[in-house]
Write a protein that binds this ligand. Structure first.
Ligand SMILES: Nc1nc2c([nH]c(=O)n2[C@H]2C[C@H](O)[C@@H](COP(=O)(O)OP(=O)(O)OP(=O)(O)O)O2)c(=O)[nH]1
Length: 135
């Protein structure tokens, strides 16, 4: 089975990063992730990411450089190809999400304390500076 192509925003504002907890009833409910979603056929990643963030958080973003791209086979057997991009807000910060039951802005050093979706862990290790030499 092909991996599911997912894009996510590492949305930075004033030295903090937005993290979101997946709402009850969704895949991986209760785990933290970066906002984003699946890339639709024919869509370029940056456009898919801006669309997903607009749909779920109701805000505009600027999509910058690719921070990390990793394929993770989850415990349920599905492979997620997750591309995380550095992003900034284009306008006001989000107040709520259609997909999440908590939004938090945290300094990168504090990201490691959360229960992250498996696919996000490589990006989180990059952001917290806790990558092992052999990774
Ligand atoms: N958005 C997002 N999804 C992630 C991350 N990490 C991770 O494993 N996923 C998984 C959860 C889902 O199985 C899939 C993305 O689905 P989604 O539900 O957020 O995206 P979507 O809006 O396009 O999907 P859908 O509910 O319309 O089917 O990727 C992440 O950091 N952000």
């Amino acid at each position: 089975m092909q991996p599911i192509l997912v894009v996510a925003a590492v949305l930075r504002d004033g030295g903090r990063v937005l993290v979101c907890r997946r709402a009850p009833g969704r895949d991986a409910a209760g785990q933290w992730e970066f906002p984003g979603g699946k890339v639709e056929p024919g869509e370029v990643p940056a456009a898919a990411l801006a669309r997903e963030v607009r749909e779920e958080l109701g805000v505009g973003i600027h999509v910058g450089a690719l921070l990390d791209r990793s394929v993770t086979v989850r415990a349920d057997g599905r492979a997620i190809d997750l591309a995380c991009y550095d992003c900034t807000l284009d306008g006001p910060a989000p107040a709520s999400s259609t997909d999440h039951d908590a939004l938090r802005w945290l300094p990168p050093a504090e990201l490691g304390g959360l229960d992250w979706a498996e696919a996000d862990r490589p990006a989180v290790r990059l952001l917290t500076g806790t990558i092992e030499e052999d990774e």
